[in-house]
Write a new protein. Structure first.
Length: 442
């Protein structure tokens, strides 16, 4: 019987037949003879072939092929996270496009689901290639291809204005991630104003549901005002300064990096966490669909990071140097004793005040030096993980840290989009009548 495995879009393969169509002859060794290839056009009498049950050859379903390609792309992205998208395309995607027409379509669609700009040349080349793809498939009568594949765009802040002419073509863009690593405290206001001015002139902002601003030198309230004015449909806002801290090099680079950013705005910029949340909440209140808010700042004292670097030496001056970055504060007994209680309480209060202003808010995240477990490995008490208060905006907050009886916490019910429990905390907002409950789940 002919054997055939056909990918959609392939040319018809050769048919494989045994030398004898009826009897299986064996050699003296007892092994069957090797299969020989007989091209279809050389078969004169097709009636001599055994009947084929199904005249149409079996094919890999497009749905299955699509899933295979998707898993393949996900594996590539996870292994080459810091590689340029152009390099990944040349090494892994370009040759795979030769498998078949359908395979090429699927692999291009999944690969360009996300677009990463690293330099001006990279962004220009990627957008020009997408223009060629768009023109090629449009000639074949296909729509929503090329630029329409892009759902997520990651770019340094200065490359958005450099590619302003192509923004209108990203009609299906949902997630926008802007990196401010190349900025500083003095230039941030100018960069952010230019960014939002550029975006406000394009209709893509009305389709955006997720916005990430990373490596900001400081979290300025002016940013929140611009977000509310330019992106009314956004549901997920992630604004962070602490990810600008350099954890991959040496202690000197780490210390230099946290001297360039304002990672802890209290009490330097705001007297207490309630004032900080009251400054942000009203600006984001117009966002009717905002459900996830992450603020990448520490609510602990600014000197905590400096003090922690000295703790290992103070305890044992003769011990070898160890990792003294903020990611190890959660297991430091000295830091826990001096700053844990006030920090965890500030995270609860800040989340409650934000929920009073933003009625649609369901999840709040903060950068945090302390997790849900103590330095000795035990789970912390309700005083650090639960808070209940009034939903009205009063000058005096009436709060309680006593969890109501029968209120169980199942973390699997919550879709938390934060990773690295050592440096982030997540809290769930629940509204019960005129009360707001804040429960820590991470």
């Amino acid at each position: 019987m002919p054997l055939r495995l056909d990918l959609p879009g392939d040319t018809p393969p050769l048919l494989y037949h045994r030398p004898s169509l009826v009897n299986l002859k064996r050699t003296r060794s007892g092994r069957p003879k090797a299969l020989t290839v007989i091209p279809q056009e050389h078969i004169k009498d097709s009636s001599a072939l055994p009947p084929v049950a199904n005249s149409s050859p079996p094919k890999v379903p497009n749905e299955l092929l699509d899933c295979i390609v998707q898993l393949y792309i996900q594996g590539i992205i996870s292994e080459t996270g810091k590689w340029s998208q152009k390099i990944v395309f040349k090494r892994f995607i370009k040759d795979s496009m030769l498998v078949s027409k359908d395979f090429r379509f699927f692999i291009l669609r999944h690969f360009f689901d996300r677009l990463f700009f690293e330099s001006k040349d990279d962004s220009k080349d990627l957008l020009e290639y997408l223009a060629k793809i768009d023109a090629y498939y449009c000639q074949q009568g296909l729509t929503f291809v090329g630029y329409s594949w892009i759902r997520s765009l990651c770019s340094p802040s200065f490359l958005i204005s450099a590619n302003e002419g192509s923004l209108d073509k990203l009609t299906h863009l949902k997630d926008l991630c802007i990196d401010f690593m190349h900025s500083n405290v003095l230039l941030q206001r100018t960069c952010s104003d230019h960014l939002f001015t550029t975006l406000s002139g394009h209709p893509i902002v009305y389709n955006l549901t997720s916005l990430m601003l990373t490596a900001l030198p400081q979290i300025d309230v002016h940013l929140f005002k611009s977000i509310a004015e330019v992106m009314p449909a956004v549901t997920n806002v992630h604004i962070s300064s602490t990810d600008a801290l350099d954890l991959d090099c040496c202690p000197e680079c780490y210390e230099e990096s946290f001297s360039r950013i304002i990672h802890s705005p209290i009490p330097g910029r705001y007297p207490h966490v309630q004032a900080f949340a009251d400054a942000i909440g009203p600006l984001l209140a117009p966002l009717q669909y905002l459900s996830h808010l992450y603020l990448g700042v520490f609510l602990s004292r600014p000197v905590l990071l400096d003090l922690h670097a000295r703790h290992n030496y103070d305890v044992n001056p003769e011990s070898p140097p160890v990792d003294s970055t903020y990611e190890t504060i959660y297991e430091c007994a000295l830091c826990e004793k001096g700053a844990r209680a006030s920090t965890k309480q500030a995270e609860l209060v800040g989340s409650l005040v934000l929920a009073q202003h933003i009625k649609s808010l369901r999840y709040v995240g903060w950068s945090s030096c302390f997790g849900m477990r103590l330095a000795n490995g035990r789970l912390s008490k309700d005083e650090e993980n639960f808070l209940e208060g009034d939903s009205s905006q009063n000058e005096v907050l009436k709060m309680s840290s006593k969890r109501p009886k029968g209120l169980a916490l199942n973390r699997q019910d919550y879709q938390i989009k934060l990773t690295s429990f050592r440096s982030k905390t997540a809290l769930v907002i629940e509204r019960v009548g005129k009360r707001i409950r804040v429960t820590r789940v991470l």
